[in-house]
Design a protein around this ligand. Sequence first.
Ligand code: DC
Length: 223
Amino acid sequence: MAKVIAIDGPSGAGKSSVSKLVGKALGFLHVDSGALYRIMTWQVLVKNVNPEDPEAVAAFAPTVTIECRPENGAIAYYVDGEAPGERIRLPEINAHASQVATVKAVRDKVTDLLRGMTQYGDLVVEGRDITTAVFPDSPARFYLTASAEARARRRQKEEVEKGIANQTAEAVKASLLARDAIDSTRKYAPLRKADGAIEIDSSDLTLDEVVALVLEKVHEAFG
Ligand code: DC
């Protein structure tokens, strides 16, 4: 049976950087579940489905085919043979992803894809409902958090470095808090700290310190 490390938390808590390094250290494939919700949102917008209409999004969801395959230490995604790249990180996707992710048909589709990935090997999966709904039985579950200010700072730096947007820290913080609110109050699989998950506040920790902490707990969990 494949081992799964599950890491949840709000936007900008450092899940991606931590998960990638933990995956690399252990030889586990990195799985970005948020990218799957972003791909669904991208497709909703490209195909002119109204992202604010849950019934239309639910009807559209099964028509999207996402191919998943292991590549360079991670699971890579393709839609009609095309890699989505950075276009799924644009502010217009940020603005609608949380709404699209409230739709049960979308969540069911992404959950099935994620569970199917264990066929490729051991995984480190990051998201919002991995510890509570997708892999609730994993012995290595983490809730990674940080202050809203720290999270906004990191996200803004990332956007500028990647050249995908040039928003102020205030605008990034507002968008991030709006998504947090939707993610943590939605009906299906809301973001919350799972019972038994290890909580790490990364506000005042370096990336290396968080990774070391996670690795220590993972070794304890898997023996
Ligand atoms: O992690 P991210 O910012 O790329 O996630 C994009 C959106 O996807 C986020 O606003 C909420 C949703 N999401 C989710 O509902 N469940 C997950 N496991 C991962 C992401």
